[in-house]
Design a protein around this ligand. Structure first.
Ligand SMILES: CC(C)(COP(=O)(O)OP(=O)(O)OC[C@H]1O[C@@H](n2cnc3c(N)ncnc32)[C@H](O)[C@@H]1OP(=O)(O)O)[C@@H](O)C(=O)NCCC(=O)NCCS
Length: 223
């Protein structure tokens, strides 16, 4: 077992810390930048769609946390009630995790697990947490084994191909589930809606760019 006793880190809730007004890129304050960006070292995670998403989601239960280590922000997690999340996942008394990410320069401290625990602690009375994972996708994101390491289990899947990029590659999208009690009811997802991808994060492997001009970026494959 690793000894965490000297590990200095802080998990900061961004929502509710101060007043905010999401008015547009030019007028974004430092605080707003943290909300709009994924991790501060990176560029914007989206354009107007991200702002529109936040305007709607923040008053409806969206949460975002940053993990600070050695004076630097190295991790983030964001989650929301199903209707205000990134994904077409439904369930009673559940929360959907949009994203979790720890920079590789900060790996080895279990920060991902700490962020997930912090989400669970912040959502008392919730029956479970759902998210997605991918297998055989060409990017390193949302890998199933990594999401499993954080405690989630796959409960359903769909085989798809991308309609714009690497169109000959088949990959799998999983519905992942982390129940918090034995009686939790499994969540469901709308697979046809899932094929539309999402517009709220430019770095997301299922990002659907406006310039592609297609409603559905994924095509389900029966194999
Ligand atoms: C999944 C993820 C969050 C995990 O990051 P992490 O918490 O920094 O992972 P760690 O390096 O600390 O954990 C690595 C290992 O240390 C272990 N570990 C960590 N803390 C430990 C502790 N206190 N005691 C014992 N073992 C520990 C982990 O179990 C893991 O085991 P392994 O060596 O068998 O793999 C991270 O890899 C990530 O961000 N991946 C990308 C996720 C993604 O795609 N996000 C979307 C972006 S668009």
């Amino acid at each position: 077992m690793r000894d965490d006793s000297n590990l200095k880190f802080e998990i900061i809730d961004l929502i509710g810390k101060e007043e905010y007004e999401l008015t547009g890129f030019k007028s974004l304050s430092q605080y707003e930048l943290l909300l709009v960006k994924c991790l501060p070292a990176l560029s914007f995670t989206g354009t107007k769609h991200r702002l529109e998403y936040l305007k709607n989601a923040i008053p409806n239960g969206f949460q975002k946390k940053m993990l600070m280590h050695d004076g630097e922000i190295v991790g983030t997690i964001e989650y929301a009630p199903p209707v205000f999340s990134f994904y077409p996942i439904h369930g009673e008394n559940i929360v959907v995790m949009n994203c979790v990410w720890v920079l590789s320069k900060a790996k080895g401290h279990g920060f991902g697990e700490k962020l997930v625990k912090s989400m669970i602690t912040g959502c008392s009375g919730i029956d479970g947490f759902a998210t997605i994972a991918l297998e055989k996708h060409w990017t390193p994101w949302f890998r199933r084994w990594q999401i499993e390491k954080l405690g989630f289990k796959p409960i359903d899947s769909m085989n798809v191909r991308h309609k714009v990029k690497r169109t000959s590659m088949l990959f799998t999208v999983y519905l992942m589930w982390l129940p918090t009690n034995e009686d939790s009811k499994l969540p469901k997802w709308d697979k046809s809606k899932m094929t539309e991808g999402l517009k709220f994060c430019r770095g997301h492997p299922l990002y659907n760019a406006d310039s592609w001009k297609t409603k559905q970026i994924l095509e389900e494959q029966t194999v």
